[in-house]
Write a protein that binds this ligand. Structure first.
Ligand code: JEW
Length: 222
């Protein structure tokens, strides 16, 4: 899979991609991520990418020309172009699996008061939001999407990871995890986890998953 990111802050994106699992997927060639500086397509001597909103109001809006100029050379028949935006489809596991099946994704990160509407209208296939909260721009959303997709690509995770992914796909919260020491400041590890009885451990974990999901995220069961 190839992912292109278009942003005025490439230096926010690049260091995160170099870490851990993401770095491994990229190193293994399973995933290629290219980050493009929108300012390379800025207008005039000042390489301007923004302007005041028509109709008035506070702040600035990203102009369409630099975004179209950045995206069009990257785009092919099989590209899927996404604008990170607070009014987009809310990102969840089912959205991640749908996007992970694509060969090429282009992520556009807005900033300031947003992006000229013609970008959403005439350049993008979909708008995606990572949740109902206000951010300063699309960069954190792009990283969230890239990391979630990278975990779904074939060969990126070992068996343990695949199982972990399955449990999310099954729509249940994870059971509690413990490591040493067996007692810490008066809080002990549940006896069953020390018993060595794998059937009992599996049953305890499934019950805790179901109880946690019912209590905290009944929406996942519905
Ligand atoms: C997000 C891109 C670009 C995504 C998610 N929020 C907000 C907002 C902004 C400007 C005007 C109106 C609302 C800030 N902003 C972005 C925010 C993505 C841009 C500008 C974003 N939350 N926020 N899930």
């Amino acid at each position: 899979m190839r992912i292109d990111v278009v942003t005025i802050f490439p230096e926010l994106i690049r260091p995160y991609l170099a870490t851990s699992l993401l770095g491994k997927a990229i190193a293994a060639g399973t995933l290629t991520v290219e980050v493009h500086d929108l300012r390379d397509h800025g207008l005039g001597n000042h390489r301007s990418v923004d302007d005041a909103p028509y109709g008035g109001g506070a702040g600035m809006v990203l102009r369409p020309e630099p975004i179209f100029a950045a995206v069009e050379p990257l785009r092919t028949e099989d590209s899927y172009v996404i604008l990170l935006s607070p009014r987009g489809t809310v990102f969840r596991h089912a959205v991640a699996t749908r996007l992970a099946a694509r060969g090429h994704i282009i992520l556009i990160c807005g900033r300031y008061e947003g992006v000229d509407e013609r970008v959403a209208e005439a350049l993008c296939d979909e708008e995606i939001s990572i949740g109902d909260f206000v951010l300063a721009g699309g960069e954190l959303g792009a990283l969230v999407v890239i990391e979630a997709l990278s975990r779904l690509l074939p060969g990126v995770l070992g068996n343990a990871g695949s199982l972990e992914t399955e449990s999310h796909a099954a729509g249940l919260l994870e059971y509690p995890q413990y490591t040493r020491p067996a007692e810490f400041r008066g809080h002990s590890v549940p006896e069953v986890l020390l018993s060595g009885d794998h059937a009992q451990v599996d049953e305890w974990r499934r019950e805790r998953s179901e109880e946690l999901t019912r209590r905290r995220r009944p929406d996942l069961i519905d």
